[in-house]
Design a binder for this molecule. Structure first.
Ligand code: GCO
Ligand code: MG
Length: 401
């Protein structure tokens, strides 16, 4: 069996997605997600110009060897663009292998370790009434664990609470500028969780994403202040490139910590895992080099009783989401799966076998990943330039977003 084609499809059914499609000489196709939010076309070029020509003629069954040759052969290791491109190849090859075996991918990963995959959804609001409505809407959709994001008094536009980027008069798009004030945030958050607990009771699992904004000392304080509200986790409390900084956070709080959606290699987690400084690893299949390396990360994390929590925002395509769900079902140290859901237009472009019921996902029993890309429909949604927001303090200084 040989690879005869590797093409890249860019589509924007509401937001941009990049998909690699690998075709074999006997007509089997595999899909891989290569979406890197805000920098999509860099990965398109990496795949089209540098990777696709290398794939032609290879045996698609040699997944590990292909992964190692793309990783080591590039010489320039790691980084989100490289690892998103390698991930797309890895996932597409797993899709092909599972289709040839006529099995859903999770069966090739060891089979099901559970019956279904628990998820969490996103609730947000500018103030308490809006936030409560948003939590209720998620509960009605079936979610049983909920991430809480909220407006901060005195700030106009804050992470997780919406806002549209400004268009320049000539039609060009520029990033949305959000506001930040760490002091105001630290003063406000405990009262938000107190209000949510009073409204929804002690049992609902609640999560919160600090989105890389705090120093270790500030994160330690927030973790401590939120302890009475029994969070499922506090996510990305610091930027965490400085892995050692988490020692300080950890020594001051028992609030569980989740980190890693911007990481793209096992080395980014080494100190965090070895010293058990976190409770959940947040890597995305799509940005971590695919199913093969993330499986190794989960096995490494399991040695320290750390669980998985695969990144699953709207900007991971349904292809990346399907890969995540197969892994979630198969690994033993599964924690929770983020599932933000998709627009109807996205679900039409990417028809999928996975299902969402009562706040739980299941990958379905279709051979492979169980996702089909409607290329005609995809072409009807052309690429739309878009950026992630930029965060600024009151005096104009750029802050971590
Ligand atoms: C999350 C994330 C996302 C990111 C987004 C960036 O926890 O889901 O923080 O919302 O901001 O994936 O592209
Ligand atoms: Mg996050």
């Amino acid at each position: 069996m040989k690879i005869v084609d590797a093409s890249v499809v860019v589509t924007s059914p509401g937001r941009n997605f990049v998909t690699l499609k690998i075709t074999t000489d006997d007509g089997v196709t595999g899909l891989g997600d290569a979406t890197l939010n805000g920098r999509e076309l860099a990965v398109v070029s990496y795949l089209r110009d540098h990777v696709a020509p290398l794939l032609i003629g290879l045996d698609p069954h040699r997944i590990e060897d292909t992964w190692q040759s793309l990783y080591r052969g590039a010489y320039w290791r790691r980084g989100p663009v490289t690892m998103a491109a390698i991930a797309a190849v890895d996932v597409a090859l797993w899709d092909i292998k599972a289709k040839v075996a006529n099995l859903p991918l999770y069966q090739l990963l060891g089979g099901a370790s559970r019956d279904r995959v628990r998820t969490y959804g996103h609730a947000s609001g500018r103030d308490a009434p809006e936030l409560f409505d948003s939590v209720r809407a998620r509960l009605e959709q079936g979610y049983q664990s909920i991430r809480i994001q909220t407006g901060i008094p005195g700030l106009q536009r804050v992470y997780g609470v919406g806002g549209e980027p400004d268009a320049l008069p000539d039609g060009r798009v520029r990033p949305l500028v959000e506001d930040w004030d760490t002091g105001a945030y630290l003063r406000h958050m405990p009262s938000v969780f107190e209000a949510v607990r009073n409204e929804f009771g002690p049992e609902l699992p609640l999560l919160h994403d600090a989105h890389h904004r705090l120093t270790p000392l500030q994160a330690a304080r927030l973790g401590k202040d939120l302890e009475p509200y029994d969070l499922f986790w506090l996510e990305d409390c610091t930027p965490a490139e400085n892995q050692e900084g988490l020692r300080l956070v950890r020594s001051h709080t028992t609030t569980p910590l989740a980190i890693g959606e911007v990481f793209n290699s096992i080395h980014d987690f080494r100190t965090l895992v070895n010293e058990q400084l976190i409770d959940y690893v947040r890597a995305a299949v799509t940005h971590f080099g695919g199913v093969s390396p993330i499986r190794k990360l989960f096995d490494f994390a399991a040695q320290q009783q750390i669980k998985s929590a695969i990144h699953g925002p709207e900007d991971i395509s349904p292809v990346g989401m399907a890969a995540a769900i197969h892994l979630d079902l198969a690994i033993h140290n599964f924690g929770i799966q983020e599932y933000a859901g998709y627009t109807a237009a996205t679900d039409e472009v990417f028809r999928h076998a996975y299902t969402f019921t009562d706040g739980h996902l299941h990958p379905g029993e279709a051979p492979g990943l169980g996702v089909e890309l409607d290329e005609e429909l995809a072409a009807a949604h052309p690429y739309a330039p878009a950026y992630l927001p930029v965060n600024r303090l009151a005096d104009g200084t750029v802050h971590d977003w």
